[in-house]
Design a protein around this ligand. Structure first.
Ligand SMILES: *Cc1c(COP(=O)(O)O)cnc(C)c1O
Length: 376
C-alpha cells in the first residue's frame, strides 16, 4: 500500500459489535484473563487502541514492531535504556534536540552511560567510536539549522562494527523520510509534533525490527511511559490525515523558502530543498520531500528579533512545531537558550535566527505576514 492509504487504513480495528468503521476507544484498564493467552493492560503496551496505532506507524515506518509512549522523551529514554547498559558508550550528534542532549549529559551519565557529541559527517562519527560503543543516535534534518546527516553512510559504518543505530525522525515525519529502508534499527518520534499535528497531543513512538522487541518492551514496561486510550484514539484520527497535512506543509515550505531567499531583509535561509543548502544532494537521495521546517536569518534591514516577532499578526511565536498552524521561534532564546552564547556561535545559531514550522494555511498568507513584519 502507498503511504496515503496506510494513513487511512492500516491498523484500524473496526467495531465488530455495531459495524462502526473506526477503532472504538477501549477505556478499560482491566481485561479478563480467562480463556486469553495475552492479558491487555495499559502499561504492558498491548491494549487494542495502542496496538491499532502501532500497526499504522509500523506500516508507515516499515517496522515490524513498535511501542507508543506518553511523550517523545519517554520514547527516547526508553529506547536508550533498553539498548545500552552501564559502562557502554553512545555516539550522538552535537546538533541534537535539547531534551535528548540534557538527558544524555545529565541523567544517563549518572548511570554510567557515556556519550560523545560529534559533527554531522560520517568521518566524525567514525572517529568517536570506541570498543564500548553500543549505539549511534542521529537526527536529520537537524534543529534549528536543518543540517543533513547521510543516513546510509552512518548505518553502513555502524553495521560494520555491530553498533545499533537510532534516529529521531520527528522533523521529517514518515511521509518525507523512511529511515528503516536506509538501514536504521530503531526510529523514534515525538508524536507531539507532526504525528499529532494539531498542537493538542503529547505522545511519542518507537518503531523497530522484531529482534529488538523483547528488550524494548522490557524497558518500556519497567519505565511505564505508556499512552492512554483517549490519546491513542486522537492520535489514530490525526494519522489519517498525516500524508495530506505533511505533503501540503512541505509544498508550502518550499514556496515560503523561495520567498525568503528573494527578500532583501533576510540574509540567509536554511532549507534542505534549496539547491544552495549544503545537505541538498544527500537530502535529495534520502528524503521523499524536504520537510516543512525552515530557518532564516534577519538581515540588516530587518527589525530587531523581538520587534519582528511582535509584529507578526497570524504566525504564532510558540514552542513546539508540526501543527496545522504556522509557528515561529527564535532558538537562541527558546530551544537553545541553555547553550552558552559561545557554543551557539560555534554551531551557527545567532540571535537573529528564526525557526519556522510551516502549517497548512495558504502560503501567500504566511508570506504576507512575514513580509509586513520584515518591512514594518
Ligand atoms: C519535541 C521533540 C522531542 C521531545 O518530544 P516530547 O513529545 O516533547 O517529549 C524529541 N525530539 C525532537 C526532534 C523534538 O522536536
Amino acid at each position: 500500500m502507498n503511504k496515503q492509504t496506510q494513513c487511512v487504513h492500516s491498523g484500524t480495528r473496526p467495531d465488530l459489535q455495531t459495524g462502526g468503521i473506526n477503532t472504538p476507544i477501549f477505556t478499560s484498564s482491566a481485561f479478563t484473563y480467562l480463556g486469553k493467552e495475552v492479558n491487555p493492560y495499559p502499561r504492558y503496551f498491548n491494549t487494542p487502541n495502542q496496538e491499532a496505532v502501532v500497526a499504522k506507524l509500523c506500516a508507515l515506518e516499515e517496522a515490524e514492531d513498535g511501542l507508543l509512549f506518553s511523550s517523545g522523551m519517554a520514547a527516547v529514554v526508553t529506547t536508550i535504556l533498553a539498548l545500552v547498559r552501564s559502562g557502554e558508550h553512545v555516539v550522538v550528534q552535537d546538533e541534537l534536540y535539547g531534551g535528548t542532549h540534557a538527558m544524555l549529559t545529565g541523567l544517563l551519565s549518572r548511570f554510567g552511560i557515556r556519550s560523545s557529541f560529534v559533527g554531522k559527517s560520517v568521518q566524525s562519527f567514525a572517529a568517536a567510536i570506541e570498543e564500548q560503543t553500543k549505539l549511534i543516535y542521529i537526527e536529520t534534518p537537524t534543529n534549528p539549522l536543518l543540517g543533513i546527516v547521510d543516513i546510509r553512510e552512518v548505518t553502513a559504518l555502524a553495521r560494520d562494527k555491530g553498533i545499533i543505530t537510532v534516529i529521531d525522525n520527528t522533523f521529517a515525519s514518515p511521509i518525507n523520510q523512511t529511515p528503516r529502508t536506509l538501514g536504521v534499527d530503531v526510529v523514534v518520534h515525538s508524536g507531539t509534533k507532526y504525528l499529532g499535528g494539531h498542537s493538542d497531543l503529547c505522545c511519542g513512538a518507537a518503531l523497530f525490527g522484531r529482534e529488538h522487541g523483547d528488550r524494548m518492551r522490557h524497558a518500556a514496561v519497567n519505565l511505564g511511559g505508556s499512552l492512554n486510550a483517549e490519546a491513542c484514539g486522537l492520535l489514530e484520527r490525526s494519522l489519517k490525515t498525516l500524508h495530506l497535512r505533511v505533503s501540503k506543509q512541505t509544498e508550502n515550505a518550499a514556496a515560503i523558502a523561495a520567498f525568503l531567499v528573494e527578500h532583501g531583509a533576510v540574509s540567509a535561509v536554511h532549507y534542505p530543498g534549496l539547491a544552495s543548502h549544503p545537505g541538498h544532494q544527500v537530502a535529495r537521495r534520502q528524503m521523499s520531500g524536504f520537510g516543512a521546517m525552515l530557518s532564516f536569518e534577519l538581515g540588516e534591514e530587518a527589525p530587531a528579533t523581538d520587534v519582528f516577532l511582535k509584529r507578526l499578526k497570524m504566525i504564532v511565536p510558540a514552542l513546539s512545531l508540526g501543527g496545522v498552524e504556522s509557528t515561529i521561534c527564535d532558538p537562541a532564546r527558546t530551544s537553545h537558550a541553555k547553550m552558552s552564547a559561545e557554543e551557539r556561535q560555534r554551531v551557527g545559531i545567532s540571535d537573529r535566527l528564526l525557526r519556522l514550522s510551516v502549517g497548512i494555511e495558504h502560503p501567500d498568507d504566511v508570506t504576507a505576514d512575514l513580509d509586513q513584519a520584515l518591512c514594518g
